[in-house]
Design a protein around this ligand. Structure first.
Ligand SMILES: Cc1cc2nc3c(=O)[nH]c(=O)nc-3n(C[C@H](O)[C@H](O)[C@H](O)COP(=O)(O)O)c2cc1C
Length: 370
C-alpha cells in the first residue's frame, strides 16, 4: 500500500535520492524516478540556464516526478579581497607542491544568484522543490504552490523544522549529523546543530505532531507535515528503522554516489569503498561551510589563509583545483563528501539499487512482523 506521502507525490517508494549539487546529473535523477523513487537534481551550483537544460533532459528521459534542490542564499556576497589574495597564493603553492598544474582564478561571481535560480526552478516546474541553508519567503512559497510544486525544507534542529512549517513547507527533511555533504543549518552554529538522526527524527515528529504548541497540545488548525529522514541511511533496514521512528520517507545521498550514473569522480567513488568511520569528518576546508566528507590530504594540508574564508568565496576559489584533482585521479585533493556510513556503498546502476533497497526494506518489515 502506498504511504500518503508517496501517494501525494505519485511515487511508488518512500525513497528520495538526495539532491547532491555537482553529483546528480539528469541520468541519475531520471533513473531513480523511473525506478519508482524520487530523483533529485542538486542545482545549488547551476546557473539558471543550466537548471532549465538539465530539467529538460530529465523530462526527456521519463515523465516521472522529480525534485530540484537549491541552496537559499543572498544574491550578492562581499569578500575581503586582501584575504582572498593571500589564500590564493597559499592554495596555488599547495597545488604546486602536490604536483598539480592548476592555479586559482577569480570567478565572475562567487555563486549563481539565488533569485535567478529560483525563477528557473519555477519555469522548469518539477513536482518537488527542496531547499537547504535557509527558509524561502512567503511570496516565494506562494509562487511554488501556485505552480503546484511540493515544497521540502531541510532542517538540522527542531527549531529549523518549525521555521519551515511556519513558512508553509509541505514536508520537512531532517538532516542528522551523520549526513554527507554540506550541513543545511541556518538558525544555529554548525557545531550546535550536530544532532544524530535517532534523536532529531523523533524530536521533530513529536514537535510537529503537537502543532508546534506547548505542552504537547495540538494547536488548532495544525497541519500534518511529513518528516523525511536523512543521514547515514544506506540500506532498506535503515529505511524501515526511520519509518518506525515516524519518517514518511528516507532521503539517501551517499548510497547513490557509487552508481555509474553519478558524476562523482572515479577516485572519490573508489575511496568511499575503503572509508573508515573515523575518517569521515565535518570540515570547512573546501567551501568555507561545514560539510561532512573524507579527511584527506587536502584537508590535512589546508593553508591557514584559506581557512578563514567564508562560503561561497572559498568554494568558488577551490572549484578549479577540485576539477583538476578529479581529472588527475587525485581523490586525496578533492572534496570527497560522504555520510558516516560511507563504506556501505554498493556500486550498481541506480535502478538496481532502488530495487535492492526496497527488497531489503520489505524483508526487514516481514522479519519485524513475524
Ligand atoms: C555529495 C553530496 C552533495 C550534497 N549536496 C546537497 C545539495 O545540493 N542540497 C541538499 O539539500 N543536500 C545536499 N546534500 C545532503 C543530502 O541532501 C543528505 O542530507 C545527505 O546525503 C544524507 O546523508 P547520507 O549522505 O549519509 O545519505 C549532499 C550530500 C552529499 C553526499
Amino acid at each position: 500500500m502506498l504511504s500518503p506521502f508517496a501517494n501525494r507525490l505519485g511515487i511508488e517508494h518512500p525513497l528520495i535520492q538526495a539532491p547532491m549539487s555537482g553529483s546528480t546529473p539528469p541520468a541519475l535523477v531520471a533513473a531513480v524516478s523511473n525506478a519508482g523513487g524520487l530523483g533529485s537534481l542538486g542545482a545549488g551550483y547551476l546557473e539558471p540556464q543550466a537548471i532549465l537544460d538539465q530539467a529538460a533532459q530529465i523530462r526527456a528521459l521519463g515523465d516521472r516526478p522529480y525534485a530540484i534542490g537549491l541552496f537559499v542564499l543572498p544574491d550578492e556576497f562581499e569578500a575581503d579581497m586582501a584575504a582572498v589574495a593571500k589564500a590564493r597564493e597559499q592554495l596555488d603553492a599547495l597545488m604546486a607542491q602536490e604536483g598539480l598544474d592548476v592555479r586559482t582564478s577569480l570567478p565572475a561571481r562567487w555563486a549563481p544568484r539565488f533569485s535567478d535560480q529560483f525563477a528557473a526552478l519555477c519555469e522548469a516546474r518539477p513536482a518537488v522543490a527542496s531547499f537547504a541553508f535557509g527558509v524561502i519567503s512567503p511570496a516565494q512559497l506562494g509562487e511554488l504552490h501556485r505552480r503546484d510544486i511540493y515544497v521540502i525544507g531541510t532542517a538540522t534542529t527542531v527549531a529549523e523544522a518549525r521555521a519551515w512549517v511556519e513558512a508553509g513547507a509541505d514536508a520537512v527533511c531532517v538532516q542528522g549529523a551523520e549526513a554527507g555533504g554540506h550541513r543545511g543549518t541556518f538558525l544555529h552554529s554548525a557545531e550546535d546543530a550536530m544532532i544524530g538522526l535517532f534523536a532529531l527524527l523523533p524530536l521533530t515528529v513529536h514537535a510537529l505532531a503537537a502543532g508546534a504548541g506547548a505542552a504537547g497540545a495540538r494547536a488548532a488548525g495544525a497541519r500534518d507535515v511529513p518528516v523525511i529522514a536523512a543521514g547515514g541511511i544506506m540500506d532498506g533496514s535503515s529505511m524501515l528503522a526511520a519509518e518506525v521512528l515516524g519518517a514518511a520517507a528516507s532521503q539517501l545521498g551517499t548510497a547513490f554516489l557509487t552508481c555509474p550514473e553519478c558524476s562523482a569522480a572515479a577516485a572519490w567513488k573508489q575511496d568511499l569503498l575503503q572509508a573508515e568511520d573515523h575518517q569521515v569528518a565535518t570540515i570547512r576546508s573546501f567551501s568555507g561551510r561545514a560539510a561532512r566528507g573524507l579527511r584527506n590530504r587536502f584537508v590535512e594540508a589546508m593553508p591557514e589563509a584559506a581557512q578563514g574564508l567564508p562560503y561561497p568565496v572559498l568554494n568558488a576559489l577551490t572549484a578549479p583545483l577540485r576539477r583538476a584533482a578529479a581529472a588527475a585521479g587525485r581523490g586525496d585533493l578533492l572534496s570527497e563528501w560522504c555520510g558516516q556510513a560511507a563504506s556501505l556503498v554498493r556500486p550498481q546502476p541506480a535502478a538496481e539499487l532502488v530495487a535492492r533497497l526496497m527488497h531489503e526494506y520489505r524483508l526487514a518489515r516481514r522479519a519485524l512482523a513475524s
